[in-house]
Write a protein that binds this ligand. Structure first.
Ligand code: PSU
Ligand code: MN
Length: 294
């Protein structure tokens, strides 16, 4: 594990550090916007008083904190494997590159001693999971990793109600940031109620401290709704048409998500990309404030 010197110094001095994932850079956002956005996310963390630590695998090495060259390689190479926890051993042993998911980023951040992590959306339970068993490993990883993940909920292309049920079963603490319902990424609310609400970064930090004291095994999800969400009508229409097209074209399994996201990006005239970038930057800012309060 190679920890960037600035991140290392901040951790040693007990200064705030925020982990960032790399799947969003390599696979979640279209080129060339992805590199610009990756830089903006890091800058936002700094503006709010913390040191950013983007996490990825490069040439078979775990990297905690990336320099400019590394960020660029990740954004533009086009051949970086999407890397969950189970993929880490194989990618490392082969000396390859890997972009880390929420699960792998959480796992590695925790090993590096980083407590707070900002991302866009969590993985979750897919629609039709009753038949396919397709549930993101993000959920199981958060069940045993004591990290605070700041996100905008999960995308409405997933089964949001089932995702929240699984988070409950897995003992993951879910906090609404100034909201009583779970956000749905592009939309500020999924309409599904959640139990706990916090009003400030300090309050979120106090929940994390209490989690440590009581020895709860899992992570803490801070769900931060987007303040300027997508137009709901446009969103619902693109989603419904996308689901229909996926069924008609026989798209299934792991191909469904990229297919639907591509449709959002191409059929909303940049509106879904605007929302995506905005929510990630808001999460980066809040994560930095929580890390500082901690
Ligand atoms: N949700 C998004 N965009 C993403 C992801 C999730 O809105 O890019 C990425 C994250 O890295 C997340 C991963 O950890 O996808 C989940 O993938 P899977 O469902 O294959 O576990
Ligand atoms: Mn899956």
């Amino acid at each position: 594990m190679r920890v960037d010197p600035e991140v290392q110094a901040a951790l040693a001095a007990g200064q705030p550090v925020v982990a960032l994932e790399s799947t969003i850079i390599a696979h979640g956002l279209p080129r060339p916007d992805n590199l610009r956005v990756a830089r903006e996310i890091e800058a936002t963390v700094r503006e709010h008083g913390a040191v950013p630590a983007t996490i990825a695998i490069l040439a078979g090495e775990v990297r905690i904190g990336l320099d400019e060259d590394a960020l660029e390689a990740l954004a533009y190479s086009g051949e970086v494997a999407k890397c969950g926890v189970r993929d880490l051993p194989a990618v490392l042993a082969r000396g390859e590159d890997g972009a880390t998911t929420v699960a792998a980023t959480s796992h590695l951040a925790d090993r590096a001693g980083i407590r707070v992590f900002a991302t866009g959306g969590l993985g979750g339970v897919h629609r039709g999971a009753v038949e396919t068993f397709d549930e993101s490993a993000d959920l199981g990883t958060l069940a045993r990793t004591g990290i605070c993940v700041v996100c905008a909920g999960v995308k409405s292309i997933l089964d949001i109600r089932a995702t929240l049920e699984r988070l409950e079963t897995l003992n993951v603490t879910v906090l609404g940031y100034r909201t009583d319902t779970f956000p749905a990424f592009y939309l500020a609310s999924s309409g599904v109620p959640i139990t706990w609400r916090v009003e400030s970064p300090e309050e979120a930090a106090s929940v994390l401290r209490a989690r440590d004291e009581v020895g709860a095994p899992g992570g803490v999800v801070v769900a931060n709704p987007l303040d300027e969400p997508m137009d709901a009508e446009l969103h619902d229409r693109v989603l419904a048409e996308g689901l229909e097209a996926a069924a008609a074209e026989g798209i299934s399994g792991r191909d469904v998500t990229p297919f639907l996201l591509e449709r959002f990006h191409s059929q909303t005239e940049g509106e879904s990309l605007r929302a995506n970038v905005r929510l990630v930057l808001r999460n980066a800012a809040l994560a930095a404030q929580i890390a500082a309060a901690l």
